[in-house]
Design a protein around this ligand. Sequence first.
Ligand code: GLN
Length: 533
Amino acid sequence: METKYIFVTGGVVSSLGKGIVAASVGRILKQRKLKVFMQKIDPYINIDPGTMSPYQHGEVYVTSDGAETDLDLGHYERFIDENLTQQSNVTAGRIYQSVIEKERKGLYNGTTVQVIPHVTDEIKARIFKVAQESKADVIITEIGGTVGDIESLAFIEAIRQIRYEKGKEQVAIIHTTLIPFLGAAGEFKTKPSQYSVKELLSLGIQPDILVCRSDAQVPSSILDKLSLFCNVPREYVLSLPDCSNIYQVPLVLAEQKIDLFLANLLKLKISSLDMKEWQTINNKIDDIKNETRIAIIAKYANLTDAYLSVIESLKIAGFNCNTKVKYDILDAEKLTVKNLKETLGKYEGIIVPGGFGARGIEGKILAINYARTHKIPFLGLCLGMQLACIEFARNVCKLENANSTEFDLQTPYPILDLLRGKSYSDQMGGTLRLGNYPATLKSNTLASKLYQKSIVEERHRHRYEFNNDFRQELSDKGLIFSGTYQEQDLVEIIELPSKVHPFFIASQFHPEFTSRINRPNPLFLGFIKAVTK
Ligand code: GLN
């Protein structure tokens, strides 16, 4: 079967959950035994989100091959359970960069380089490349932003051309849109969605399926009206009110037969639909009575999107341990020796997630010290591992002012330092250790017990490394270096022995990127198990 393309666009407003809709369609089609691959197109000029503030963009998700990508790729991977690649996140920045490089090399043979056809050809090439490399039956491509944005015009035009060239049986368009409820009028309103479909039509695209987002169930008569105004058959107008958890979305869309409509539009050969496992997980989530409270000690307090994969990993580990994880993202800068007990005393586990820059690190170190000395389960992620080493060096080994050279170039004890190739340019992103590296686990450690393997591959995104000059000293005082990347002798996991602490482990890599709904990452699972004990 030739690869089929499904494009997911968004109307009216951003933050509709287009990524979850795209990921859910992916999961349902996978349950129909189709090979699915996913891609996100972001219309901004940044090459990738690696350099963007978490306030703007939330977390940077990292693929196994080391791409720094939009957080929606995290949803895609958690939902469809396929490893995505560098090709899965395309930005306008990348497209323009490669068009300009080609122009400079004279590859356009003296023609005037224009949005159409040169930029649109580049966009199409990226979409076709994914199809070719992944050999998937279906490629689902989400277009970031909202239809009507100036930035996304070239992308919408590229989709129009793909559909025109390949024909309707190869290309389907799902438009996710908003049906707002006006409290004062007591009515759901279709007009914004009508306008957004008109906007798409004016760009030459007739959507095939509408997914209508709303905060409550929309009456059928409202959807009838939308169907009429938008030339979309009534049964292809689906309703997606807010769900109690995002993992219900595939069930809601499957119940409305989105897979059958897509199969009909694209002439897909599908097997019978089996959503049993997904349903069982959702039933389990609904039935959970116990609660667990976790503190995430962070630079960006209350900014859920900045720690999205951490939070999803906690929730997923929670479902698997029969507990609902309640978390607070606390401002590390507000922690002091005085308020530490009062602030952290009510939590059953403490996480220090990844981060860059000095802001908040002393508060995080205080929290780690609290977790270590009060025997509270602790999980450190990337920066969290680095700070756990600093805390141990300062307070157990008495290395006063031990630090990372990221935060203090003058520190007498550079526990973390730039170690791999010290040449740094002003190019952002170029000096990070990114993507999968294998860690060899020491036997009879917490790490090897949790992973049940001797070598694990996990994803990285960091610049500083544990400085091996201090390994002996910290290890003499009881810190266990339980995982290393052997080729370069880099520290990957540290932990405390079970006789001194019930659960204290931290990794240089980001375990949060590999939790899947039916397969929590072992470090998160171990952490939640320890917390619920
Ligand atoms: N800032 C640290 C480093 O660059 C940790 C990075 C992270 O937590 N992702 O090494």
